[in-house]
Design a protein around this ligand. Structure first.
Ligand SMILES: *Cc1c(COP(=O)(O)O)cnc(C)c1O
Length: 456
């Protein structure tokens, strides 16, 4: 085993293809349904929202899908991202484990999200689209799409969850710096936003509401389409550059992961690092234990129901079978804004049902504690979302210590926390509390799930 702390590959080693897990699954995931007819959706149902190239990727079954050269050209600015061996953290934990992390915070927006934002902006420009609408919680996705839109000459309109719009002015300034227009959601610009405001003028907003607003605008104008930063198959596909690169880098390290850990909001960065390794296992390669880590305050994988549900609060999207807390569920206001979504990617939900992955939920203060320990030894300040993966990896390393076994642990450090220092200040001031979700609220949201009689 080499004793480096970082494994770098030059830009010629950026993958030429994304990896499509669909090709290797023992059983395909349940179809996405039209909410009116309850029949599987076809390309025409999705055409008002997405360009055909992305719709095709949504249902593609081939194992490798070529990354267009103009997308690789943009990736070259920050990819191949570094893979680090966390030797100082290992020492601090006195663990025999070998801890590796892939660092996606080196992208211009500071997270993994540009991997798909750039691809989506490219395909939309090829289709002649002039404007993209989207939602953003903490602002990571909004700033990534704003960046990509600027590169491909597409106007970007972003509905930002109101509580974040007020609390996180720097992410908003970043979106505006890239030239995007950012409005607080619920807004007065859509029928759905106005209907929410009529009922609750002080609404803090939610991702589900912001998605409804962005979908409404895209569906009602010809030159405008919608972009989603997680959950959908094509988004997870684009993120697989992370895992494909990590495989090549671990080869340089002459190592292979026994455990892979990722944090899950909608599931895209987790899928990005995990799917290439899982695919190899499904094709008869080495087995790997996979752990998804989510916040205890919004625990879709560990406490949600596996059922058909809407992707948004206004019920404008198709129905997808996924682990869900119910589309009207309002999570408490914890700091990892990117993990506050009621559902989970259908593909990630499906592999959970197949028993191919484990899931775990953590409270936010224990995640910040892990993130601070990580920063003090490795120097990088993780995003609050990424702290969940850090915590998961540290727990795995401590288990190795207890058992006296050396395992290789790989986790995805999906973004830096430079725009989230208020959260760290609150943590140091002792103001962060561990909030549990409201049991009655969850029961109500689950009771409101659409009823779908399943023939399958
Ligand atoms: C958006 C975001 C997440 C959550 O989204 P996934 O699709 O689950 O990856 C996690 N971490 C960071 C840094 C994010 O920006």
């Amino acid at each position: 085993m080499s004793d480096s702390v970082k494994y770098l590959l030059d830009e010629t080693r950026i993958p030429k293809h994304w990896y499509n897990l669909m090709a290797d699954l023992p059983k395909p995931p349940p179809p996405v349904l039209h909410p009116g007819t309850l029949k599987p959706v076809g390309p025409d149902d999705l055409a008002p929202l997405f360009p055909m190239a992305l719709i095709a990727q949504e249902v593609a079954s081939e194992r490798e899908i070529e990354i267009p050269e103009p997308v690789r050209e943009v990736y070259r600015q920050w990819r191949v991202t570094p893979l680090y061996r966390a030797r100082r953290l290992e020492k601090a934990l006195q663990t025999p484990a070998r801890i590796y992390y892939k660092y996606e915070g080196v992208s211009p927006a500071g997270s993994h999200k540009p991997n798909t934002a750039v691809a989506q902006a490219f395909y939309n420009r090829e289709a002649g689209v002039k404007r993209l609408t989207t939602e953003t919680g903490a602002g990571q996705w909004g700033s990534s799409l704003a960046f990509a839109g600027a590169l491909f000459g597409i106007d970007v309109q972003i509905f930002m969850v109101r509580v974040s719009y007020n609390q996180k002015p720097y992410r908003r300034a970043l979106m505006e710096t890239y030239g995007a227009r950012c409005v607080a959601s619920p807004s007065t610009e859509t029928n759905f936003g106005r209907s929410v405001l009529a009922k609750s003028p002080e609404s803090n907003g939610s991702l589900g509401i912001a998605i409804s607003e962005a979908v409404e605008v895209a569906a009602s104008s010809d030159d405008t389409k919608y972009a989603l930063g997680s959950v959908l198959n094509h988004v997870l596909l684009h993120q697989t550059v992370i895992g494909l690169e990590a495989m090549a880098q671990l080869e340089m390290a002459d190592d292979y992961p026994d455990v892979i850990v990722g944090c899950t909001g909608g599931g895209s960065n987790f899928a990005g690092i995990v799917f290439p390794f899982l695919g190899s296992q499904l094709r008869g390669g080495r087995g790997v234990r996979i752990v998804a880590v989510e916040p205890a305050a919004c625990p879709s994988l560990t406490r949600g129901r596996y059922a058909y549900d809407f992707g948004d609060t206004g019920h404008m999207t198709p129905l997808a079978k996924m682990h869900t807390l119910g589309s009207t569920f309002m999570p408490p206001g914890f700091h990892a804004g990117g993990l506050r979504y009621h559902g989970m990617a259908p593909l990630v939900s499906h592999i959970k049902e197949l028993g191919l992955i484990d899931a775990r939920a953590y409270q936010q203060t224990e995640c910040f504690e892990a993130g601070v320990l990580f920063a003090r030894h490795e120097g990088i300040v993780p995003a609050p979302e990424a702290n969940h993966a850090v915590k998961g990896a540290i727990d795995e390393a401590l288990r190795c210590r207890e058992e006296g076994t050396s395992r290789a642990i790989l986790f995805n450090l999906c973004g830096h926390g430079h725009f989230d220092m208020q959260a760290y200040m609150d943590y140091f001031a002792g103001k962060l509390t561990d909030q549990d979700y409201d049991q009655a609220e969850l029961a109500m949201a689950l009771a409101g799930l659409p009823s779908v009689a399943e023939a399958m």
